[in-house]
Write a protein that binds this ligand. Structure first.
Ligand code: GDP
Ligand code: IMO
Ligand code: MG
Length: 428
């Protein structure tokens, strides 16, 4: 058996969807463990692009067991739209399972996310999908879980309690009319009925699969630097995309995890507000954005682009205990004459080799770069590592040296076939 966690090593959008889909061919179970439909995971199969926000990226293999774990927050409207989308594409979503302990995003969560982003004294740049307010209720112990939707009496009780408080907040603080309880009760009870056939004890199911020596893949959403504990707080999401989140978000013990794979782009991007030391606010950044089509999958916002930052990757290696790295979008750098890798930061004259423990200092960190020659040739059709241009290999080898984690997969395009395997996961 193999339990492998695949997660973002940067600020999200590293290409986790593509790599999950690639590895899911061999994994028998694929689980999402945190986040919600703030995620946007893109999978390209035979030139057709599919975008998922909530359902694990393993769903493109007919009947594959795809589990939404307890750590995920579920917007039922999005869940059913996504299920319809899968069916419209003649794909089989019969393998979808949902943990009864996952929390439910309610209309007031989305409304509060929007209002607080617009009216707040500072912006996080959230996706306005209700993620933060839903996790707030979970931690505050007022949240509504999937299992609550399955019991009309319990749902009535928790919804009443929540709406009383939320309507007061909306009306008195935010000048919003509030929500009608009966209408919400009926529509969410209906969602509960539709969800019921998919609801399982996810922890039991996953642990049994591991007992039966099955390969299980945990698909992270967001990325290490968006982690609420270890990321660039407060410019983060409200969950734990880092490796430990895979355990708490599914009910699997850490001793069962065999590998933790960090996915990183060959450069860096970020959406939303917050510090980003290697950001390029010039033509180089524009060129990377155009070549990499760096526009958000969920919100369509242009992604901020910059050079590869190995201080961040070393930090991701430490926080997650990475056993392998996947480097994606190397092809996006094909036309660049020179490349820069950030190997350290200068903070008030001092050279920092490690990610600053006080995150407030990151905004004042100047990147220290190592310059490398580009390869100036098309890599998108290359199928074997040995055929990569020498400067591309040097770039990858330098990343390995600096991060001290081996690269197991190199991705050279969005398609499944544009993938070079250097180290086997699940015997791929
Ligand atoms: P995720 O959130 O980590 O799943 O990443 P997204 O799907 O939001 O963004 C990654 C984008 O890059 C998607 O449009 C992918 O199709 C695309 N992509 C993934 N790997 C590669 C690659 O190696 N090269 C290129 N050019 N595009 C890639
Ligand atoms: P995937 O899984 C990139 C960012 C938002 C914002 C911050 C908080 O596709 O990599 P939230 O709506 O979560 O409260 O927003 O987190 N963010 C992402 N950035 N990729 C994502 O997901 C993201 N999900 C959230 O832009 O800065
Ligand atoms: Mg994304």
């Amino acid at each position: 058996m193999s339990a492998v966690v695949l997660l973002g090593a940067q600020w999200g959008d590293e290409g986790k969807g593509k790599i999950t889909d690639f590895l899911a061919e061999r994994a028998e179970v694929v689980c999402r463990y945190q986040g919600g439909n703030n995620a946007g995971h893109t999978v390209v199969i035979k030139n057709k692009t599919y975008k998922l926000h909530l359902i694990p990226s393993g769903i493109f293999y007919p009947g594959k067991l795809c589990i939404i774990g307890n750590g995920v927050v579920i917007d039922p409207e999005v869940l059913f739209k996504e299920l319809d989308y899968i069916k419209e594409n003649n794909l089989d979503a019969s393998g979808l399972r949902i943990s009864g302990s996952a929390h439910v995003i309610m209309p007031y969560h989305k409304c509060l996310d929007e209002i607080q982003e617009e009216l707040g004294s500072f912006k996080i740049g959230t996706t306005k999908r209700g993620i933060g307010p839903c996790y707030m209720d979970k931690i505050f112990r007022w949240g509504i879980r999937v299992s609550d939707l399955l019991d009309p009496a319990i749902f009535k009780e928790v919804l009443d309690r929540n709406l009383k408080e939320k309507n007061l907040l909306l009306q008195r603080v935010y000048n919003h009319p509030g929500f009608d309880c009966q209408e919400m009760y009926e529509s969410y009870l209906e969602y509960g009925k539709k969800m019921k056939p998919h609801v399982v004890d996810a922890s039991l199911l996953i642990n049994k699969a591991l007992d039966e020596n099955k390969d299980v893949l945990f698909e992270g959403a967001q990325g290490t630097l968006l982690d609420v504990d270890h990321g660039t707080y407060p410019f983060v999401t409200s969950s734990n995309p880092t490796a430990g989140g895979a355990c708490t978000g599914t009910g699997v013990g850490p001793t069962r995890i065999k590998e933790v794979i960090g996915v990183a782009k060959a450069y860096t991007t970020r959406v939303g507000e917050g510090p980003f030391p290697t950001e390029l606010k010039n033509a180089d950044g524009e060129n990377i954005r155009n070549a990499g089509q760096e526009y958000g999958t969920t919100t369509g916002r242009p992604r901020r682009c910059g050079w590869l930052d190995v201080v961040i990757l070393r930090y991701a290696a430490r926080i997650n205990g990475l056993s392998q790295l996947v480097i994606t979008k190397l092809d996006v750098l094909d036309k660049l004459e020179t490349l820069k890798i950030c190997t350290g930061y200068r903070y008030k004259g001092e050279l920092l080799k490690e990610f600053p423990p006080n995150i407030k200092h990151l905004a004042d960190c100047e990147p220290v770069y190592e310059i490398m020659p580009g390869w100036m040739s098309d890599t998108s059709e290359i199928k074997e590592y040995k055929n990569l241009p020498p400067n591309a290999k040097r770039y990858l080898e330098r990343i390995e040296e600096l991060v001290k984690v081996k690269i197991g997969i190199v991705s050279l395009g969005p398609g499944r076939e544009q993938t070079i395997i250097l180290s086997k996961v699940f015997g791929n």
